[in-house]
Write a new protein. Sequence first.
Length: 77
Amino acid sequence: MDWYADHFGEIRVPHKGDIVGQVIEGDYEVMGIFDKATENMESMKSVILNQDEQYLFGKAALTVRYEDENKIPVSPE
């Protein structure tokens, strides 16, 4: 699973044709993604989780990060 590509997309520039123009266009696309990520980050900072929610969030994050449950190096506590 390529989490980053699934959530932010991919920008590819083939090494032929108008490479400079394609790189510049890709750069603008990346900057737009960062603007959106910054907005989301500010919104997420305002969320306060209680202890049970923190545990569930940690457990979910570990499950997403480590596909094999037996290879998770830490616990969500």
